[in-house]
Structure formats: structure tokens, C-alpha cells
Design a protein around this ligand. Structure first.
Ligand code: NAD
Length: 284
């Protein structure tokens, strides 16, 4: 391996330390940030994610409120829960863990979260504000990716950044945030022609595909910064990224591992957004 490792765990620890210091300062003013986490059903991966977020809150001194609802919850019942949290002044951030069961319209639920409590940054208002560069809550995974690139000292301005994936929660916002850093951005997706060549010309390569080992060594430019967002559980029960790590690390200058890369940073960024929500609610 020639590349330097971007240590997501260490960076996340630093971000959470920063969040904890901000929480302490807010508490001195009588404000305790509070995040409500809503989980519908028993999806094992979602349960792990929710537990992680609640632990992170405890580490940072953020209060958490866990709302667990059965798999059979109706759209109306979930909407009522979200509206209750929306109206509760003690709750600063609301996170509804996705995916939701099929009887529930995800879009309607996300839209029911008031923009000022939308710490996931998924609501149309926050997405629009990000697009035009207005203050907003940035979606945690792409914001974490940018922090990771910044941590390497790499200048993004003028560089060719290629994002593989165009989902609303990762690919598209990652591309927008890279553009905001003045990178020249290419978005690749399932219909892209010449994907290999495009990736091989990337100074910064962000993979958010959801396929283990999708990015091969040949797709990595020598000296590139490689950010692997993918989380894929292999037949071996282990987590794998979208990037063939060993091959890519031979050519990249910097690379994120999976696990221990983007995942911990995503969770840490959620803590920062929650602190910010509490600060804005209190007008301090
Ligand atoms: P998604 O399934 O919504 O999107 C995948 C994207 O990949 C699509 O836009 C699609 O066009 C593209 N794609 C699929 N096949 C392709 C192909 N053959 N060639 C080129 N592009 C192709 O997934 P998502 O929600 O964006 O998540 C992507 C991955 O990131 C998943 O593995 C997910 O688990 C992971 N993820 C990780 C974190 C984290 O915190 N680390 C957060 C969110 C998602």
C-alpha cells in the first residue's frame, strides 16, 4: 500500500470532541441540544445505526429521544409522531431512520420534518438552500466526505472530481458540495458511458454505488484522493466498500477504509448539525 489512510474514526472523534465542547458552552447558557431518532420496524442494520447515533449523542452531551414504532405503523401514525416532535420546543433535531416500511411514503415523512429540525439535510428546503449556497443543514455523509478530503490538505479548486452515484442522499449532494469547493465535477451513474475512463481521470474520486469492489485499480488515477462511501455486507459477513482497497491504495495518494472511513464521519456530522439546530432555535 502506498496511499495514506484517511482515518475516519480519528477524524470523527475530533468532530465529536468539537461538538461536545459546543454542547458544554450551550449548556452553560441553559440550552441542552436534543435529537429525536425515530425508528419504524425491526430492520437489523437500521437498529445498529440508531443505536450508534444514540451513543454518539451521549458521548457529546446531546440529549436523545428514541421513538420506536412497529413495522405495521401507518403513514398517519408516523406523521402524527413527526408532527408531535416538530411542535416540541425541547427537540432540536428530528431524524427518521430510512428506509421506511413500504406502506409509508418516505417523501411525505421527510417533508413533514420542519427545515429547522431537519438535521439529516434531506428536506426539499435544505436541499434547495444547499444548491444555492445559503445557510442550511448539510447532509451528513457528503459533508463528512468533504471534511475528509479537506483533512488531506488537498485543494479541491480546479481539480477534476468524479462522483459515482446520483442518489439524493449521497451522490447528488456530494457533487454539489464539491462544486461549491470549485472542483470540476462529473457525476457518473448506471447509464454512464466511458465510466472507467472518467474515473481514471479523477483527481478526487467519490464512490457511492453500493457494489463491493466496483472501483478497480485501473479506475484510479495515480495520486488521486479516493473516498469510499459504499457499505456492502459480503457473504463473509464483513463490511466492504465500493472500492477494491488493496489495488486502489497502490495508486491513490489518500484513501478511506471501510469500515472506519465515511461511516463514523457521517455520524459525527449529525452531532454537529444537532448542536447547530439547538443554537439556531435559541438564537445564540
Ligand atoms: P443508491 O442505491 O440510492 O444509489 C446508488 C447509485 O449508484 C445510483 O445513483 C446508481 O445510478 C449508481 N449505480 C448503480 N449501479 C451502477 C453502475 N453499474 N455504474 C455506475 N453507477 C451505478 O445508494 P446510496 O443510498 O447513494 O448509497 C450508496 C452506497 O453508500 C451504499 O453502499 C450505501 O450503503 C452507502 N452509504 C453509506 C453511508 C455512510 O455513512 N458511509 C451513508 C449512505 C449510504
Amino acid at each position: 500500500m502506498k496511499a495514506n489512510l484517511i482515518d475516519g474514526k480519528a477524524l470523527a472523534a475530533a468532530v465529536k470532541k468539537d461538538a461536545a465542547e459546543q454542547v458544554a458552552a450551550l449548556q452553560a447558557q441553559g440550552i441542552t441540544p436534543c435529537l429525536a431518532v425515530v425508528l419504524v420496524g425491526e430492520d437489523p442494520a437500521s437498529q445498529v445505526y440508531v443505536r450508534g447515533k444514540i451513543n454518539d449523542c451521549a458521548q457529546c452531551g446531546i440529549q436523545s429521544r428514541s421513538v420506536r414504532l412497529p413495522e405495521t405503523t401507518t403513514q398517519a401514525e408516523l406523521l402524527a409522531q413527526v408532527q408531535k416532535l416538530a411542535q416540541d420546543p425541547a427537540v432540536h433535531g428530528i431524524l427518521v431512520q430510512l428506509p421506511l416500511p413500504p406502506q409509508i411514503d418516505e417523501k411525505a415523512i421527510i417533508e413533514a420534518i420542519p427545515p429547522e429540525k431537519d438535521v439529516d439535510g434531506f428536506s426539499p428546503v435544505n436541499v434547495g438552500r444547499m444548491q444555492i449556497g445559503e445557510p442550511c443543514y448539510l447532509p451528513c455523509t457528503p459533508a463528512g466526505c468533504i471534511r475528509m478530503i479537506e483533512s488531506t490538505g488537498t485543494q479541491m479548486a480546479g481539480k477534476h472530481a468524479v462522483v459515482i452515484g446520483r442518489s439524493n442522499i449521497v451522490g447528488k449532494p456530494a457533487a454539489m458540495l464539491l462544486l461549491a469547493k470549485n472542483a470540476t465535477v462529473t457525476i457518473c451513474h448506471s447509464k454512464t458511458e466511458n465510466l472507467q475512463e472518467l474515473c481514471a481521470s479523477a483527481d478526487i474520486l467519490v464512490a457511492a454505488v453500493g457494489r463491493a469492489g466496483f472501483v478497480t485499480g485501473e479506475m484510479v488515477k495515480r495520486g488521486a484522493v479516493v473516498i469510499d462511501v459504499g457499505i456492502n455486507r459480503g457473504a463473509d459477513g464483513k463490511l466492504h466498500g465500493d472500492v477494491d482497497f488493496e489495488a486502489a491504495a497502490e495508486k491513490a495518494s489518500w484513501i478511506t477504509p471501510v469500515p472506519g472511513g465515511v461511516g463514523p464521519m457521517t455520524r459525527a456530522m449529525l452531532m454537529l448539525n444537532t448542536v447547530e439546530a439547538a443554537r439556531r432555535a435559541a438564537g445564540v
